[in-house]
Design a protein around this ligand. Sequence first.
Ligand code: AMP
Ligand code: GLY
Length: 426
Amino acid sequence: MIVLLLGSGGREHALAASIARSPLLTKLIAAPGNPGIAQHAELRPVAADDVAGVVALAKAEKVDLVVVGPEAPLVAGVVDALAEAGIKAFGPSAAAARLEGSKAFTKELCERRGIPTAAFRRCRTAEEGHAAVEAFGAPVVVKADGLAAGKGVVVATTLQEAHAAVDHVFGGDLGAAGAEAVIEEFMDGEEASLFALCDGTTALLFGDAQDHKRAFDGDEGPNTGGMGAYSPAPVLSHALIERAMAEIVRPTVAAMKEDGTPFVGFLYAGLMVGPDGPRLVEYNVRFGDPEAQVVLPRLKDDLLELMVAAVDGRLAGRKPAFRPETALAVVLAAKGYPGAYRKGSEIRGIEAAEKRPHVTVFHAGTAIENGRLVAAGGRVLAVTATGADASEAQMNAYSAVDLIDWPEGFCRRDIGWRAAAASEEG
Ligand code: AMP
Ligand code: GLY
């Protein structure tokens, strides 16, 4: 099979590494890709969200399957455009991608189906938003309806903060994402993520993980795309996972099918595990980043074969198998991230890091300039290591991180602290 992978982050490097292992693969192409992905694929300079460009590329290269990494092309309808051109794609249609693209859409689906999630109000004006904030009281969560690259959610501890967040949503800075707001009840608990592989009808458990969203040690500082992750998530017992699949994921996939917008692809459920069990925080319609870098290295099965089965609606009765070990990823980011940061600084030592046992270095924001590997983004690398438990995986990962010579970068030193403490307790 000729496969075209869309995207250029660490998640896509992990997808590329897994797809490259498949005996079904004859050629992997990535657009636009990155230097890490280039170890497994031929790169083409087409932006992942350039829908017309992607369709033209897929036709020209006689691609058998397009695998979509990030959400933007999905929400923009790349899967629909490819389908019209007769090309198979792994990922949801634009209508199904509303599970991530519109928070109001998802909240209303949950309400109709009795899926456990925070109480909410959909607000079309700032006035409605302010009234909803008063009705809930603090703490309260204020969200822009649409995709806002992680900048659309404020967990407000005071009413003043919440009112300011409402003004921000409707202030115009967020563009179309701020046309509406969702005001939510604050949920207390521990966050964890569950992944499902979906074929429109069947949703199969595809691993679980926890990530660290804050920039600095101790889970302090600004929110980021994710500074590290580990899989499995100790907080998710088998019983909790089964409940989340039965009460949240499977009813969602059933609802999408009944509504004529079946969901195909990876469904990523962000969960809050509280005293009453798991509740949905949000859906993403793609794999997580850096969660892919810890879940996929544990997969025993052929990822490409499973993706083809998903696209063809043949997942019933399957059960993807994962190794019981823990995988843990430490993200190296450019100093200043998630704020302003510089590009172009040289990175050395990746080969030495990858010689450590059980270690893979995934590229996110890197580029080759004059034969040197340089930083080209905010999150730049994810160093993944496996181990018998979280403590061992953490030790393996940091021993590799310490071999990477990149003074302009930083990482957290405590990724997996909660899981490592749990594994040390036995
Ligand atoms: P979202 O983009 O919806 O995942 O929200 C980003 C983050 O905000 C989540 O990962 C949670 O940490 C937090 N969050 C969102 N909604 C809630 C809620 N209702 N209660 C508590 N925390 C929330
Ligand atoms: N790490 C969070 C995400 O991929 O959305």
